[in-house]
Design a protein around this ligand. Sequence first.
Ligand SMILES: Nc1ncnc2c1ncn2[C@@H]1O[C@H](COP(=O)(O)OP(=O)(O)O)[C@@H](O)[C@H]1O
Ligand SMILES: O=C(O)C1=C[C@@H](OP(=O)(O)O)[C@@H](O)[C@H](O)C1
Ligand SMILES: [Mg+2]
Length: 198
Amino acid sequence: MTEISLPIADTLRDRARAALGSRNLILVGLMGAGKSSVGRIVATQLGIPFVDTDLEIERVSRMTIPELFAAYGEEEFRALETRVIRRLLRHGPRVVSTGGGAFINERTRHHLKQGGLSVWLKADLDVLWDRVNKRDNRPLLKTENPRQTLENLMIARYPIYAEADVTVQSRDVRKEQMAKEILVSIAGPADESRENEQ
Ligand SMILES: Nc1ncnc2c1ncn2[C@@H]1O[C@H](COP(=O)(O)OP(=O)(O)O)[C@@H](O)[C@H]1O
Ligand SMILES: O=C(O)C1=C[C@@H](OP(=O)(O)O)[C@@H](O)[C@H](O)C1
Ligand SMILES: [Mg+2]
């Protein structure tokens, strides 16, 4: 039998890059999961461009997310989000960090599923609350009991995030460690003979 010689991807980065090919790596999950901050690190580690859909929405609208919600409401925001995401997904490979509601919207989810490999950053309520509680920039949490609102969103949304291709548990470890766990999740387990790489 003829032996086929394949290029050996010998670092985690190379294996993850190879697994991704020209697909986008799309981060989904609830507010506070770390999509924006960890996604940026993943892109640097992979050596591919990073885009955050909320930042892009803010750039094209010249408004902040809270301003958009206040001026036009959630429905209009979702319509803009769908359009922006559809455009952003045309070019891969990139790391695309989405806003928490993007994957929940049926039309946007359809584009996201076609546009790359989706990774759900899944976190417990306490972890999420601890993180989002520190800032005032999430309009959906401007309620009388924002922790309860976050829990309600969790109950409603988790079955839908579960449709993502891959799930990674978001924990209170360094963001670089989270980024590495995302790479491992797409690269698959290392060759045992190279177990100590990275
Ligand atoms: N692994 C982590 N450890 C500690 N803080 C984190 C971690 N991941 C994210 N954070 C912090 O939590 C907050 C929310 O993170 P962010 O990336 O904006 O989440 P998302 O985009 O999913 O809403 C930020 O202040 C960020 O610095
Ligand atoms: O969960 C949501 O519906 C939203 C999440 C936010 O993004 P992050 O998940 O990055 O906080 C932002 O898109 C907007 O406030 C709505
Ligand atoms: Mg974000």
